[in-house]
Design a protein around this ligand. Structure first.
Ligand code: PLP
Length: 386
């Protein structure tokens, strides 16, 4: 019998990351798998959402985003990212960075188009390509610094290349792309007439004094870049589903059409609260970095003490580890045995690679957790592995 469901959906499986969260709940484990905080979202932002609901901001917002939020996004992007942004011409508010990415790809891709993706990659980008009809071309980031080979990158560009996806700070590796690297990528985008789609959802979570560089701020790139970010990570509100993308006016027009027919719009009262949150002062962002720096060091010590080889992240809130010194099991078996019976949930490395066997000696830990959660996880790791 022929399949009742589309070939397109058969092309990808269920999200491994989200599956690990479900298994974790079943095993009463400590969830260091999926990238979401287990601590409260900012009080002032929550109060703003309550006020908006009580003020009856409960009907559809403008499809491409409430004016207040688009203005706040434009101001932040113009100042923090050095990317001149107009609230009316360039900003589309979406249901998370996730929807922004798929809307951007659907706005750009024609059959036969290729999209370059750095590997390991955030697992959504693979299905995003399948859903939008793009053919992915993978370019390797190599440990320990997760740098790319410039010749390999240039070889991936060609007549069919429509876009390149950049993610900085990078999930899963914690790499922060340097200005030099982004200038090189920009030169290839210009040479081959390619659009950069840059996922900067972790743009404020940087360590060791590193600077965030948006590729749209590099000369010649403003007119060929789609910059994506959102509330989920910096404002610890992954469940609100508020994200946005910034693009040149013609591309914004196409993205808004896709977005309108996919979702109509993001939650109206939460957009009002997000507009206030984006105007938090500088101390909010410096405290965020301080608290994540402490969490990084607790988890890093626990992992090093228990035999993992650790790749210290420069940004975002994940640690990639090699498990070769600990076990002969592959990543999935190791992750499942570490999680069983109240253990620790991680993400098997194979979910970040096109060819799963390339990730079979890797697991990823998330440290967007309360200190007590991280300390409890450290105790379990020491009991089971040290
Ligand atoms: C690189 C990256 N992009 C996007 C997302 C999802 O963002 P949002 O919650 O805004 O859809 C995640 C979440 O883990 C991520 O790691």
């Amino acid at each position: 019998m022929s399949s009742r469901v589309s070939a397109r959906t058969i092309g990808f499986g269920e999200s491994v990351i989200r599956e690990m969260s479900r298994v974790c709940a079943r095993e009463s484990g400590i969830n260091l798998a999926q990238g979401f905080p287990d601590f409260p979202a900012p009080e002032a932002m929550k109060e703003a959402a309550v006020r908006a609901i009580r003020a009856d901001v409960n009907q559809y917002a403008v499809t491409w985003g409430a004016p207040n939020l688009r203005r706040a996004v434009a101001e932040r992007t113009s100042n923090y990212n050095s990317v001149p942004t107009d609230a009316d011409a360039n900003v589309t508010v979406c249901c998370g960075a996730t929807e922004a990415m798929i809307s951007a790809l659907m706005a750009l891709i024609n059959p036969g188009d290729e999209v370059i993706i750095f590997e390991p990659f955030y697992e959504n980008y693979g299905p995003d390509c399948i859903l939008s009809g793009a053919t992915p071309r993978f370019v390797r980031l190599s440990p320990p610094t997760w740098s790319f080979d410039p010749a390999e990158l240039e070889a991936a560009f060609g007549a069919s290349t429509r876009a390149i996806i950049i993610n900085t700070p990078h999930n899963p590796t914690g790499k922060v792309f340097s200005r030099d690297e982004l200038e090189f990528i920009a030169s290839l985008c210009i040479k081959y007439d390619v659009i950069a789609i840059t996922d900067e959802i972790y743009e404020y979570i940087l360590y060791d004094g590193l600077e965030h560089v948006s590729i749209a701020s590099i000369e010649g790139m403003l007119e060929r870049t789609i910059t994506i970010s959102g509330l989920s990570k910096t404002w610890s509100a992954t469940g609100w589903r508020i994200g946005w993308c910034i693009a040149p006016a013609d591309i914004t027009g196409a993205i808004r059409k896709v977005h309108d027919f996919l979702t109509v719009g993001a939650a109206a009262p939460l957009q009002e609260a997000a507009a206030e949150a984006l105007q938090f002062d500088g101390s909010y962002f410096s405290e965020l970095i301080e608290s994540y720096t402490e969490r990084r060091s607790i988890l890093q010590s626990a992992l090093e003490d228990t035999g993992f080889e650790v790749y210290r992240p420069s940004g975002a809130y994940y640690i990639m580890t090699e498990i070769s010194g600990l076990t002969d099991e592959d990543d999935v078996d190791f992750a499942m045995s570490l999680l069983a019976d109240g253990g620790v949930a991680t993400v098997p490395g194979s979910s970040f690679f096109e060819n799963p066997s390339d990730g079979k000696r890797i697991v990823r830990f998330c440290f967007a957790k309360r200190l007590e959660t991280l300390n409890a996880a450290a105790r379990v790791l020491r009991e089971r592995l040290a």
